[in-house]
Design a protein around this ligand. Structure first.
Ligand SMILES: [Zn+2]
Length: 265
C-alpha cells in the first residue's frame, strides 16, 4: 500500500491566529511541533494498517514546516513547491492507493475557522458548481483525476462536515471548532491519538468506497477582494469578467480548472 499525505496548518489543533502559522513569528514553533506530531501520527496509523510507502507533502505557505527527523523512516517528504497545478498534492499519481489530509481547514466564505481561506487570502471565495470550494475539495478532485480516493481528513469541524457530505465513507477527526476569531480545541495529545487511530481504521476499510463522484462539468466563480486582480485574471484563456471583483470559467476537464487556479489565484 502506497499512501499520500497532504499536510496544512490552519486545521492543526490549536492554530487560531496567523502568527501561529507564520514561520517568521515566534509563535510558530509550538504549532510546527504539533503539525509534525499530527503528521507523524497519521504515518504511524498508515504503517499499522500495512502501508509500505508514505509520501508526505508539506503543503502550508513556504512548505518547509514539518520536522523531517520526527517522521518514521518510511516517509518521503516533499518540501517547497514545484508549481505543478496539483499544488497541495503535487507528485500524486496512479501508483498511490489513498490520500489523507491533515490540518485542513474550512474554505473562504465559511465562518467555521478564524483562519478560513482558499489557497490565498486574496480571494473572497472560489465556487465550483455554486458551492464554496475548500482546499479539501480542490485536491480531492485532483486525486480523483489519478483514481486515488480521499480516505481521511483532520481539521476544523466545519471542514469535517463538508468532507462527510462529499464522501460519506471518509474517516474524519475534528480537532477544533471555530467561533468568530476564536477556536475551541481538543487536547494536542488526544488529537494525535485520534488521528493515528482514525488513519489506521480508514486504511483497513474498503478505500474504494471513498472515491469522490466527479462532476461532469465545472462552473467556476472566483471572487477577489481586490478588483484589479479580477480584471487581470479575466484575460486568462476562457475566463470572463462577471462583475468588477469576479471572474467566471467553464470546463468539462478538471485539470483545466487546476491550471486556471495555478495562474490566477
Ligand atoms: Zn495553510
Amino acid at each position: 500500500m502506497k499512501i499520500y499525505i497532504s499536510a496544512d496548518m490552519e486545521g492543526i489543533t490549536g492554530t487560531t491566529h496567523w502568527d501561529e502559522v507564520d514561520k517568521k513569528s515566534p509563535d510558530f514553533e509550538e504549532f510546527q511541533e504539533q503539525t509534525t506530531a499530527e503528521v507523524a501520527a497519521a504515518c504511524e496509523g498508515a504503517l499499522k494498517a500495512g502501508a509500505k510507502e508514505i509520501w508526505v507533502k508539506d503543503a502550508h505557505a513556504t512548505a518547509r514546516n514539518i520536522i523531517a527527523s520526527k517522521l518514521p523512516k518510511e516517509v518521503r517528504l516533499i518540501r517547497g513547491w514545484s508549481e505543478h497545478p496539483f499544488s497541495m498534492v503535487q507528485d500524486l499519481d496512479e501508483t498511490f492507493d489513498a490520500t489523507l489530509m491533515i490540518g485542513y481547514h474550512s474554505s473562504a466564505g465559511s465562518g467555521d475557522n478564524p483562519l478560513a481561506h482558499t489557497i490565498t487570502g486574496k480571494v473572497a471565495h472560489i465556487k465550483i458548481n455554486e458551492v464554496y470550494a475548500s482546499e479539501f475539495l480542490l485536491h480531492t478532485y485532483a486525486a480523483a483525476l489519478c483514481n486515488v480516493p480521499a480516505v481521511f481528513v483532520s481539521g476544523d469541524d466545519g471542514l469535517c462536515e463538508e468532507a462527510k457530505s462529499l464522501i460519506p465513507h471518509i474517516v474524519t477527526v475534528a480537532v477544533k471548532h471555530g467561533k468568530g476569531d476564536s477556536t475551541i480545541n481538543i487536547h494536542p495529545q488526544l488529537a494525535v491519538e485520534k488521528i493515528q487511530e482514525g488513519v489506521q481504521r480508514a486504511l483497513e476499510g474498503d478505500v474504494s468506497k471513498c472515491m469522490v463522484q466527479m462532476p461532469e462539468h465545472f462552473s467556476v466563480e472566483i471572487k477577489y477582494k481586490d478588483h484589479s486582480k479580477a480584471y487581470r485574471s479575466s484575460f486568462f484563456p476562457g475566463a470572463n469578467l462577471q462583475d468588477p471583483h469576479t471572474i467566471h470559467f467553464e470546463s468539462d476537464d478538471y485539470f483545466e480548472v487546476l491550471r486556471l487556479l495555478a495562474f490566477v489565484v
